[in-house]
Design a protein around this ligand. Structure first.
Ligand code: MG
Length: 213
């Protein structure tokens, strides 16, 4: 973390014991790809600004982002967080036990999302999972988030691949087809007829958009 990031993190987004423990557990997995503390604080700010209560998170990983979200929710708020991977689900169970405003769901989000529809409309969806499925998750979010609700997605700059020319080499593990899917995803949320959105140039990009219809 550079000095600028460190200054902001220390001042605005210090991590409590629960967050530090979740981070430590996540670091033991193969890919420590949780959001940054300042991203976590940003999610909290959005929740407070939008009077958000009812949230779906796709991609729990170790529960680090879920903890940030959970702390910003009002008393009657709730987070439903979905994780496909067995190991990550178990990891998050450790970090999220005793947290009463989070429901952890284990399995394929495309199968689990329809089971949440009786809790819709949601105020916010946070997408931080398999990048190839982002458009499918957006299809669901468009239908099940209220007007004025917020869609947020992480890693939407896809390791700096979105502006590369055809003849340029893609970053490690990024496929051309995924690049096309992410371009489509961002373009959908850039449509001013349907959303007021932007893409924050964080390390790997966060797209966020308010649903206008
Ligand atoms: Mg991410």
């Amino acid at each position: 973390m550079d000095r600028k990031q460190n200054y902001i993190k220390n001042l605005f987004a210090p991590e409590d014991n629960n967050l530090l423990k979740a981070l430590e557990r996540t670091k033991k997995t193969t890919e420590p790809i949780q959001i940054s503390p300042t991203d976590g604080k940003f999610l909290q700010l959005i929740i407070k600004l939008g009077s958000i209560k009812n949230i779906v998170e796709i991609g729990t990983l170790g529960g680090y982002s879920s903890l940030w979200i959970s702390k910003a929710l009002p008393n009657d708020g709730h987070l439903y967080t979905i994780e496909l991977d067995d190991e990550r689900f178990a990891l998050a169970q450790k970090s999220l036990k005793n947290i009463s405003n989070i429901t952890q769901l284990h399995g394929n989000a495309k199968k689990i999302l329809p089971t949440l529809e009786d809790k819709a409309p949601f105020d916010m969806i946070f997408i931080d999972a398999d990048k190839r499925q982002y458009n499918d998750y957006l299809d669901w979010a468009e239908l099940h988030i209220r007007k004025g609700g917020i869609i947020i997605a992480d890693n939407t700059l896809l390791s700096g691949s979105l502006w590369l020319e055809e003849n340029e080499e893609l970053p490690y593990r990024i496929k051309r087809s995924t690049v096309e899917m992410m371009k489509k995803f961002n373009a959908r949320l850039a449509d001013p007829q349907k959303y007021c959105g932007t893409l924050l140039p964080t390390k790997d990009g966060i797209t966020l958009a308010v649903k206008l219809f």
